[in-house]
Write a protein that binds this ligand. Structure first.
Ligand code: PEP
Ligand code: MG
Length: 541
């Protein structure tokens, strides 16, 4: 048995086979492969499959738009059957021992100029088609793994680092747990693991080896430990821990329907954070007082190459609104950018993504995209108790601009005679030091606030929430941060407005008493943290 130690990010025990994440084609990194023949076969199989797909496409298109217009698919097949194309790819795999994805991509890039030199008429002027063909094969190669995910037994997912855009697209019902080499407690992948209640340990370093693929693994998310090929005693101990966890969860269920009230009668609301429509069920199961944060950017991140349409978003928000009945649902407009990369939106490179082109800055810049989302939220507001919240605010101007956009969307809907809640509450996230300093002024502009302690911590301390190397310097209870939270609460209450915390610090039971003391109105945490927080509140004097 091999024992590895990392950082715990999401509680629970996961027992299963380890499967390494096969990064998909969006990121065709250069990877050395041991078994060259197998890799060539992978390429050949994907190539054959792509030819077959193109044949079908040709037949359909020929029927619908005529042979002349369908010829494009014939030409694409010809590229895949071109001896030069095939040889160049297999050569890279065989001689340089590199992965098929990388080989395909590099050959596709040089293929046009090469074809021009060799006077191959059929590809000249068809750069986009060569790219298209390469993408088709790359997609098939990545699908191989996704298909495996769909049919295989559930497993424990291992990775060097798992990006939020990848984590969000996984079929969570198949993933028993996460174990990664790198990553940090406050990264969005960790947030996602907690929201979904997937036991996870990160920061295991190079000790988490590729050789462990397929081996039995236990992830102990309580202790931050991972056991590879565990012995009988460890399995028994972990199964017992798993049972204890089930009993603990069962016991907590007795608190359903009870108030979040201290022994001396102080109340605080407890809501839940979600990232997708599937999470709504968990919110209901855990008896949360509402949805304090719907991270709507995940809808964009899981939607592939196209942004979710107004209708798609409307359906997701409506489901949340209807399922929660009279309980409130706070939809945060997309906080895209930073580590939350969506394939459907090319935001370009940022030297410092966490403080770059993200959140409200993107929304105010891409007005059409923003308006689509605002219309979807407004339409859904007719079906429940919805609120709207803007992320990463730093100035009054951003808020007024966002509100102008909201009014515009309202006017459009009115003209179209579409119903919505005209009084929909508007709030902002306080997650930048600038917003803390102007929280009094902001309180005159909006109806409510929510403190995003994840970003507020990294921006106040000047410490990247993604960088595991600085973990030892990172103090989640830093006095500067706790003082800021108190200042915000005071400023907001002076204007008689509502203040909640929806960052991960809200679930920190060591701070619950402090938050109640300073008058925080609401804590919003991952669904499976709701009842333990309620228990803690009810024990406070
Ligand atoms: C936060 O920053 O605390 C927050 C809730 O937003 P996110 O974690 O999605 O950045
Ligand atoms: Mg944030």
């Amino acid at each position: 048995m091999i024992t590895l130690t990392g950082k715990k990010v999401s509680e629970g025990i996961a027992i299963g086979k380890l499967s390494f994440y096969k990064r998909d084609t969006k990121e065709n990194r250069r990877i050395y492969v041991k078994d060259v023949e197998k890799e060539v076969m992978r390429f050949q199989k994907a190539r054959q499959k792509a030819i077959l797909e193109l044949k079908i496409l040709y037949d359909t298109a020929a029927k619908e738009v005529g042979e002349a217009n369908a010829a494009i698919f014939e030409m694409q097949q010809a590229i895949l059957e071109d001896r030069d194309f095939i040889d160049q790819i297999t050569n890279i795999i065989a001689t340089q021992k590199l992965n098929a994805e990388y080989a395909i991509q590099s050959v596709a890039q040089g293929f046009i100029s090469d074809a021009v030199a060799k006077e191959k008429d059929y590809v000249q002027g068809h750069d986009a088609d060569v790219k298209d063909v390469a993408n088709r094969v790359l997609r098939i190669l990545s699908r191989g793994w996704k298909d495996k995910m769909l049919t295989d037994e559930p497993f424990v997912l291992a990775a060097g680092e798992l990006y939020p855009s990848e984590a969000v697209q996984l079929d969570k019902t198949k993933v028993l747990g996460f174990a990664t080499r790198y990553g940090t407690i406050n990264s969005h992948t960790a947030v996602l693991a907690r929201t979904k209640g997937i036991p996870s340990v990160i920061g295991l370093g190079e000790a988490l080896k590729k050789d462990y693929e397929g081996k039995m693994i236990i992830v102990d998310g309580f202790e931050g430990k991972v056991y590879i090929e565990p012995d009988y005693t460890t399995i028994t101990r972990m199964k017992q821990k798993q049972d204890e966890k089930h009993t603990h969860v069962k016991n907590l269920e007795r608190l359903k329907g009870k108030d979040n009230i201290t022994q001396s009668g102080q109340r605080i609301d407890v809501c839940a954070n979600i990232g997708s429509r599937e999470d709504v069920e968990n919110v209901i199961r855990c008896d949360a007082g509402g949805i304090g944060l719907f991270r709507s950017e995940f809808l964009y991140m899981e939607n592939g190459a196209k942004p979710p349409t107004e209708e798609q978003q409307f359906q997701a928000y409506k489901l949340a609104a209807e399922s929660m009945g009279s309980k409130k649902v706070v939809i945060r407009t997309a906080d895209l950018g930073g580590d939350k990369v969506a394939e459907c939106l090319d935001l370009g490179e940022d030297a410092n993504p966490a403080i770059g082109y993200r959140g409200i800055r993107v929304s105010l810049d891409k007005e059409e995209l923003f308006k689509t989302q605002l219309r979807a939220i407004l339409r859904a507001s007719a079906f429940g108790n919805l609120s709207i919240m803007f992320p990463m605010i730093t100035s009054i101007e951003e808020v007024t601009h966002a509100k102008v956009m909201l009014e515009r969307a309202k006017r459009e809907l009115k003209d179209e005679k579409t119903s919505f809640d005209e009084e929909i509450p508007v709030g902002v996230m306080i997650e930048t030091p600038a917003a803390v300093m102007i929280s009094g002024e902001l309180a005159r502009e909006v109806d409510f606030f929510s403190i995003g302690t994840n970003d507020l911590s990294q921006l106040t301390l000047g410490m990247d929430r993604q960088n595991g190397k600085i973990d030892k310097f990172y103090d989640p209870h830093h006095p500067a941060l706790l003082k800021m939270i108190r200042i915000i609460a005071n400023n907001v209450h002076l204007e008689g407005k509502h203040i909640s915390i929806c960052g991960d610090l809200a679930a920190d039971l060591e701070l619950t008493e402090y938050f109640i003391q300073i008058g925080i109105d609401e804590l919003s945490v991952a669904p499976n943290q709701v009842l333990s927080l309620r228990k803690k509140i009810r024990e406070i004097q």
